[in-house]
Design a protein around this ligand. Structure first.
Ligand SMILES: C[S@@+](CC[C@H](N)C(=O)[O-])C[C@H]1O[C@@H](n2cnc3c(N)ncnc32)[C@H](O)[C@@H]1O
Length: 185
């Protein structure tokens, strides 16, 4: 839901290095990302996952990071520059009802939706745009926060994704996980 959009002050909290104990970007995403890939990351916030993703794709890859809040993008831009990763990260300002990625049609190897789906008011459009951007066989990894997304809610989101053409490859429910790996067949 749009009224659930996380404010910039929460964006700063999400950069807390202690988060790595619970959600280590390399452990979570390393299995899906290889050097040279194009990765789409809608709802990047201030880039907790963006910088590690940029390291994983290497100098020959790129991460397209989409955000609706300019403040998130400006902080991420500074962090990317400081880390020397700006050239691999393309920052895009999206709209609440559009990721503005029409130009990426069938160019993306891997997409993430990390703690963002519950904030999106039109999930049909969200998943459709990601589906269009992915190459055939490309994967979308969805992670939702278990403290404010129920198992039923993530199942509903997965059902929406399946209606837009995704196939559910794996759902993680063990230990209260809210994760789904979806494939564009
Ligand atoms: C809870 S934060 C998570 C940020 C980051 N993925 C992380 O895990 O640290 C969700 C982010 O998604 C963004 N967002 C919400 N709706 C969006 C949409 N429709 N398109 C793109 N970004 C969106 C919000 O502005 C916010 O920065």
């Amino acid at each position: 839901m749009a009224d659930r959009v996380c404010p910039p002050w929460v964006g700063y909290l999400l950069l807390n290095p202690l988060r790595k104990l619970l959600e280590n970007p390399e452990k979570l995403l390393g299995q899906f990302v290889q050097q040279g890939m194009t990765v789409l990351e809608p709802g990047c916030g201030m880039g907790y996952f963006t910088l590690p993703l940029a390291r994983m794709v290497g100098a020959g890859g790129r991460v397209v990071a989409v955000e609706i809040q300019p403040k998130m993008l400006s902080v991420l831009s500074r962090r990317a520059q400081k880390a020397g990763l700006s050239e691999r990260i393309e920052l895009r300002e999206g709209k609440t009802d559009s990721l503005c990625v029409e130009d990426l049609s069938a160019q993306v190897d891997f997409a993430t939706a990390l703690h963002v789906v519950h904030e999106v008011p039109d999930q049909v459009s969200f998943f459709t745009e990601i589906w269009n951007a992915l190459k055939p066989g490309g994967k979308l990894f969805v992670v939702e926060p278990k403290h404010h997304v129920t198992q039923e809610e993530i199942e509903q989101s997965v059902a929406v994704a399946e209606k837009t053409g995704f196939e559910l490859e794996a759902a993680v429910t063990k230990g209260g996980g809210r994760r789904a790996l979806l494939t564009k067949r």
